[in-house]
Design a protein around this ligand. Structure first.
Ligand SMILES: *Cc1c(COP(=O)(O)O)cnc(C)c1O
Length: 513
């Protein structure tokens, strides 16, 4: 037997396993996608509404029936059937009563784009792995820079996995800049010098935890982050900021980065961007705006002025998988001055050969902390082509109005108390009991009651509402990101909340433990 024959004999059967040109392969792909589509329309939409109520133990038991690494497979149809329990017990993110987190219902145009981008499987690290995709991403980023008031010719950016990575990159550039410009240290080569101990980052106490996480990953330590108190509206207090920065300097430390948040996770508050930009200039600090959530306001003629000052940011984090209604993951980090990327320049001979640079062939790997990277830009591209900026803005504007209506409904109900109404679409409130069991403080009882209300709504699969603490006491949180939610949905949810609150008050033993 010749070598060629034996190789042929051992070639595995691949029918239907890869995208291919012949009729069978085409049909197999079409059928696979159609079956997946049926599961979404059936198992997922029919059952995940908004949650099945199944407990962690039950879920573990359900999944224990499957071997994750079986030695032999059973074919695609059976495989897809087995995803049934996973889809059924997922959170119904598109359900009008799923209003807990910054987890959006994904838009259908973007889901269609997701089918395309996974099939094309372009990798954004080098041009020769993603030629058209590279240019699409670049053009999208350029116009996005313009939307935030950057000069399109000077600014730049890149898609990221989300706010965590975007905040990390913003602070990475900030750290490398200060160490190079002020201490003459090229951190990329030399690592952190002893002076790095003196570096400080300022953000508000309501900032996202990833500011501290980034400081830790950057070798500066979480203690390098000074959290400044907020005002009554949960925005950074400029007065407190001024005191903090004076203190930092008086102690011989070097404030080098200011992180402002446009849309704090718990309160939807927007830090005063203009005064902070001014201080960044005065103290020669990098100004990063974490607009992971609130960045979408830039789409809206009505709300864009809430972001006034963002154009002065050295870097901006924006997430599309929040108020741009794109499926996870989809975000970007933008920089006002494209030459900032020199601070993280890295030449991998096989990905961005110097020859490419000279020929003007863009290899996006040089702007990203990822190497292999998804073509996520296709999702907002298809979405924008479908509904336009104004169409997308109108969805978000509706949810901001809905939050105002929710506040009005809560205020009308004497059992409920509004704690915070945000500039975005989040509402914080509490169920307030009439009396308190003798062995508890009022605060403890309010905390327990609200937690029990939230848990029972989830267990019964009625609504997914969030819980957080304000001033050390539990409260309920509605993140009204979902444009499918109506005023009537809010009204029925509030009724369910007061009914449960009243029931727990009548039978405190149910939650006393
Ligand atoms: C969601 C969020 C983040 C984290 O972003 P991911 O996309 O989850 O990585 C950071 N900051 C803010 C303000 C956010 O809302």
């Amino acid at each position: 037997m010749s070598d060629a024959e034996s190789l042929h004999d051992t070639r595995p059967d691949m029918e239907g396993l890869f995208l291919g040109d012949d009729e069978n392969d085409r049909e197999a792909y079409q059928e696979a996608i159609e079956q997946a589509c049926d599961l979404v329309l059936g198992e997922f939409l029919d059952n995940a509404t908004p949650y099945s109520g199944v407990t962690p133990d039950e879920l573990a038991d359900t999944l224990a029936q499957f071997e994750m690494l079986p030695s032999e497979g059973d074919g695609l149809e059976t495989a897809l059937d087995r995803t049934g329990p996973v889809l059924r017990n997922s959170v119904g993110v598109s359900d009008p009563h799923c209003i807990a987190h910054l987890q959006c219902p994904p838009m259908v145009p973007a889901l269609a784009a997701e089918v395309l981008l996974t099939a094309a499987n372009q990798s954004m690290d080098s041009w020769d792995q993603s030629p058209a995709a590279t240019h699409l991403e670049e053009q999208f980023v350029t116009e996005l820079c313009g939307l935030f008031g950057y000069d399109e010719a000077e600014s730049d950016g890149v898609f990221t996995s989300g706010g965590t990575q975007s905040n990390f990159v913003g602070l990475l550039l900030a750290r490398n800049r200060i160490l190079l410009e002020e201490y003459g240290v090229d951190v990329q080569q030399a690592g952190l010098p002893p002076e790095a101990r003196d570096l400080r980052i300022l953000c508000s106490e309501a900032a996202h935890f990833t500011a501290k996480q980034a400081a830790s990953h950057l070798g500066l330590g979480e203690n390098a982050v000074v959290t400044v108190p907020t005002d009554n509206e949960y925005r950074i207090s400029v007065e407190a900021f001024d005191e903090a920065i004076v203190d930092i300097r008086a102690n011989g430390n070097r404030p080098f980065a200011i992180v402002a948040t446009a849309g704090t996770t718990d309160f939807g508050s927007i830090d005063p961007l203009e005064p902070l930009a001014e201080r960044a200039r005065k103290y020669d600090c990098w100004f990063h705006v974490d607009a992971a959530w609130g960045g979408a306001l830039a789409l809206s003629d009505e709300h864009a002025d809430k972001l006034a000052g963002i154009e002065a940011a050295d870097s901006i984090a924006v997430d599309f998988h929040k108020m741009f209604y794109q499926p996870i993951s989809c975000g970007a980090v933008l920089v006002r001055d494209e030459s900032s990327y020199d601070l993280i320049d890295r030449n991998a001979a096989y990905l961005n050969p110097e020859r490419d640079d000279e020929a003007g062939v863009p290899n996006l790997v040089s702007k990203s902390v990822q190497t292999t990277r998804r073509f996520d830009a296709l999702k907002p591209f298809v979405t924008m082509q479908t509904v336009g900026r104004e169409g997308l803005a109108s969805l978000m504007e509706y949810t901001i109005n809905l939050a105002d209506e929710a506040v009005e409904l809560i205020e009308r109900d004497s059992d409920l108390h509004v704690i915070h109404e945000s500039e975005l679409n989040v509402v914080l409130f509490r169920y307030v009991p009439e009396s308190v069991p003798i062995e508890m403080t009022r605060e403890e009882w309010i905390g327990k009651l609200n937690e029990a209300i939230r848990d029972s709504l989830l267990e019964d699969g009625e609504a997914v509402v969030a819980r957080t603490t304000v001033d050390g006491i539990n409260c309920l949180k509605l993140t009204l990101l979902n444009p499918r939610t109506t005023r009537e949905d809010i009204r029925s949810l509030l009724q369910a909340i007061t009914a449960r609150g009243t029931e727990f008050e009548t039978n405190p033993d149910e939650i006393r433990q």
